[in-house]
Design a protein around this ligand. Structure first.
Ligand code: ZN
Length: 100
């Protein structure tokens, strides 16, 4: 939480502000410092805050392959299929050599 105790500048959750991307939380931020602990706890248990925590944890970990173009994925699949066939062929050759 960050902010100022004055009514004009309520305490706001930096994480939610970052992922929400707007200043609307300023309207719902904490201005009552007597009950700040309860309000922070309630906010940290809210679905919106938990979603933002997950968004932060997943930041930069999204599988890039899922975002590749269709053509690039097809080329990658063809290449992987060639590698699989070559591996099978090599395995059979090795098996033949073992028998000899
Ligand atoms: Zn939050």
């Amino acid at each position: 939480m960050s902010g100022c105790a004055e009514k004009k500048n309520p305490l706001i959750c930096a994480l939610c502000l970052m992922f929400r991307g707007d200043a609307s939380q300023k309207e719902t931020g904490v201005t009552d410092l007597k009950h700040v602990g309860e309000k922070v706890k309630r906010h940290e248990d809210s679905a919106q805050h938990l979603k933002h925590k997950i968004d932060l944890a997943l930041l930069g970990t999204i599988n890039n392959a899922s975002q590749l173009s269709k053509d690039y994925r097809q080329q990658m699949n063809k290449y992987n299929e060639k590698v699989r066939i070559n591996q099978e062929l090599l395995s059979k050759i090795i098996d033949c050599i073992k028998v000899l």
